[in-house]
Design a protein around this ligand. Structure first.
Ligand code: ADP
Ligand code: MG
Length: 242
């Protein structure tokens, strides 16, 4: 993939299993966001292969949805209408009553059952991001691509949303590809962690995390060891470009 006249990746190859929670970490600028955009078909690749259920991303986009770092809500729509919007844009002539019912159920799932009528300006950062998660779910994707979705939130909200995304993932059996620069977050969430090098990036290491959830890095020596290893790797990768 060429961006700004330079190759962004070299020998970048990995797969994601159905129902897997895959985290991707790597130094800033190594191409994590671009990778999600390529998988999601928002950006066209110029070389290599990407397959989503054996289909090209441009064909498979209906089985995917996104959660970005900022919630990107429509300010003139309240929470439930923001959730509905994703389905209105994706499906032709949706049944609005049925959609509303579904959107309300999803707001309930993300802990916002009492805030459905609130506009984005009346919601906290964490609540807005919950709306964005409900909006990603209403289109019934098989795969959710999440790009540092909790990094703009305060530490307590971040902790709560991490637990919630694990619970939602458990209830809905989605495949999640989750980009983060926070190695502890990756250790808490992932089935496997893919570590990318600086650009031109390649897969530096793939680390399985076979520990039950919910996880507490302080109470689990195995998790603490993985976090330490990741921190050491990131320090090396960030100081020595590529
Ligand atoms: N549209 C673009 N044109 C040129 N360069 C770009 C473009 N988008 C991203 N880049 C560059 O590609 C690299 C990867 O960007 P990005 O995927 O956003 O990294 P990450 O999410 O890992 O921080 C960066 O060096 C960035 O400057
Ligand atoms: Mg990014």
């Amino acid at each position: 993939m060429q961006l700004g006249g330079q190759p962004l990746y070299r020998e970048l190859s990995f797969s994601v299993e159905k129902n897997e929670f895959l985290c991707i970490v790597g130094p800033s600028g190594c191409g994590k966001s671009t990778l999600l955009r390529l998988i999601g078909g928002l950006l066209e690749r110029d070389s290599g292969e990407i397959s989503v259920h054996g289909q090209a991303p441009a064909t498979a986009w209906q089985s995917l949805s996104y959660v970005f770092q900022s919630p990107r809500l429509a300010p003139w729509r309240n929470a439930v209408e923001n959730v509905m919007l994703a389905a209105e844009l994706r499906f032709e002539r949706p049944d609005r009553d049925a959609l509303r019912t579904k959107a309300l159920a999803l707001l309930d799932l993300v802990g916002l059952s009492r805030d459905a009528q609130k506009f984005p300006s009346m919601l906290s950062g964490g609540e807005r991001q919950r709306v964005a998660i409900a909006r990603a779910l209403i289109v019934e994707p098989e795969i959710i691509l999440m790009d540092e979705p909790f990094s703009a939130l305060d530490i307590n909200t971040r902790g709560r949303l991490r637990n919630e995304i694990i619970s939602i993932w458990g209830k809905t059996a989605k495949t999640i590809v989750f980009v983060t620069h926070d190695v502890e977050e990756a250790v808490l969430l992932a089935d496997r962690i893919i570590v990318l090098t600086g650009k031109p990036s390649r897969v530096c290491e793939i680390i399985p995390v076979d520990q039950p959830r919910p996880r507490d890095v302080r109470a689990n020596a195995e998790l603490a060891a993985i976090r330490q290893r990741l921190e050491d790797m990131m320090r090396t990768l960030e100081t020595h470009e590529s």
